[in-house]
Design a protein around this ligand. Structure first.
Ligand code: NDP
Ligand SMILES: N[C@@H](CC=O)C(=O)O
Ligand code: NA
Length: 357
């Protein structure tokens, strides 16, 4: 496609899967890739010629700062779309600047939508003021590729009243507890070993402590709460149960954290045994009570026969209770992993392309 241009920041698990899905799109739906970057390398040309991702590793392009990238994309000979596949806060904080220059943003990065309320307002003000020229889509910021954000937006836009949202919002936490404490009472290894497996499978955040401290779930609930109409200030403003052992809270690197985690396997065994004594299993759940304005994130002892207890793999389970759906509208499926997350990103990109071309 000649008149739409694409910049991709971040080529890790999600970014790599996204690039392969991008390559499989029909040429009429595929914007011209003109910029790609990892944390310390960028590839682009000054004359907006198409680039090939495979050349990123050997690229010697001068590194553009975020304001320089904004200027570069704004001067492209057609409309530009930025795909942010990082979890970087600085990139997220630059979305309003991109949007104000007419550059649409597509991302699985939760940071922009779950940090300060003022960043949230700046982003959506910029979208509103662009008169349809700049869009933001972030389906994969909650439930990876599952249609969670789009469903909630449709419920709200069509006048339904959301009363409660609850379920399992983390692919990592789901995988950890489904493997560590399955309903049949067995278990597929020690807690720390299963955390390593979740990291190797690409389910965790770049730093797995962001999952284990509950912040990943807290960020997702912040996003959903805001979309449901609550003015949540941020994930620090409600109760979040961390699974990081106290002794490891001040550890510097994620590598050292992973090395020392086995010392605390006994703590998680205790949670599991305690639940088993009550005939239950332990799971990491979240809920938003819209009427009370209450958000909660943490461990719960769950009855064995319930849908939450019976989840498999990295599945998420999201229940929307609304005026129209007093028996909840339920969305379930894989909530983490490169391919399913990239599917949400690519799907969002297709929506932007359809609206811009
Ligand atoms: N993995 C999953 O299942 C899901 C992930 N997400 C979200 O998707 C995003 C990406 O996750 P994932 O792919 O797993 O993470 P990875 O750690 O695999 O990849 C992150 C990528 O971002 C790059 N990066 C980081 N900072 C910058 C920067 N300032 N400029 C350019 N590139 C940068 C890294 O560069 P380098 O390679 O040089 O380190 C790396 O390529 C995150 O926001 C995550 O929350 C959302 C839903 C599910
Ligand atoms: N680390 C996250 C990835 C998706 O948002 C998770 O495990 O759910
Ligand atoms: Na989603």
């Amino acid at each position: 496609m000649s008149n739409l241009y694409l910049a991709v920041i971040g080529v890790g698990g999600v970014g790599t899967a996204f690039l392969s899905q991008l390559a499989s799109l029909a040429p009429s739906m595929r914007p011209t890739l003109i910029f790609i970057s990892r944390s310390s390398r960028q590839l682009y040309t000054n004359d907006y010629k198409p680039i090939s991702p495979s050349n990123l590793q050997t690229s010697s392009s001068k590194l553009l700062s975020l304001p320089e990238l904004t200027t570069y994309l704004a001067a492209a000979p057609g409309k530009s779309i930025l795909v942010d596949n990082t979890s970087n806060q600085d990139v997220a904080a630059a979305y309003p600047s991109f949007l104000r220059k007419g550059i649409s943003v597509v991302t699985p990065n939760k940071k922009a939508f779950s940090s300060s309320l003022s960043l949230w307002n700046d982003i959506f003000d910029a979208v509103d003021k662009s008169n349809g020229k700049a869009m933001v889509y972030h389906e994969s910021s909650v439930g990876a590729g599952l249609p969670v954000i789009s469903t909630l937006k449709d419920l709200v836009a069509t006048g339904d009243q959301v009363t409660k949202i609850e379920g399992v919002f983390s692919g990592t936490m789901s995988f950890l507890f489904n493997s560590f404490a399955p309903v049949d009472g067995s278990g597929k290894g020690k807690w720390s070993e299963i955390v390593s497996q979740a990291k190797d499978a690409g389910y965790t955040e770049p730093d797995p402590r962001d999952d284990l401290n509950g912040m990943d779930v807290a960020r997702k609930l912040t996003i959903l709460a805001r979309l449901a109409g609550l003015k949540v200030q941020g994930p620090e403003n409600f109760s979040v149960q961390s699974l990081i052992p106290k002794e490891l809270e001040t550890v510097g690197s994620s590598e050292e954290f992973m090395q020392r985690l086995p010392e605390f396997d006994g703590d998680m065994e205790a949670y599991k045994d305690n639940a088993a004594k009550q005939g239950k299993v332990v799971r990491y759940v979240g809920s938003i009570d819209v009427a009370k304005g209450e958000v909660k994130v943490g461990l719960q002892m769950v009855d064995r026969g319930t849908p939450i207890a019976s989840l498999m793999g990295s599945d998420n389970l999201i229940c929307f209770y609304t005026k129209r759906y007093p028996c909840p509208l339920v969305i379930q499926g894989a909530g983490a992993g490169g391919e399913v997350t990239a599917m949400g990103v690519t799907g969002d990109l297709i929506k932007v392309v359809e609206r811009l071309r």
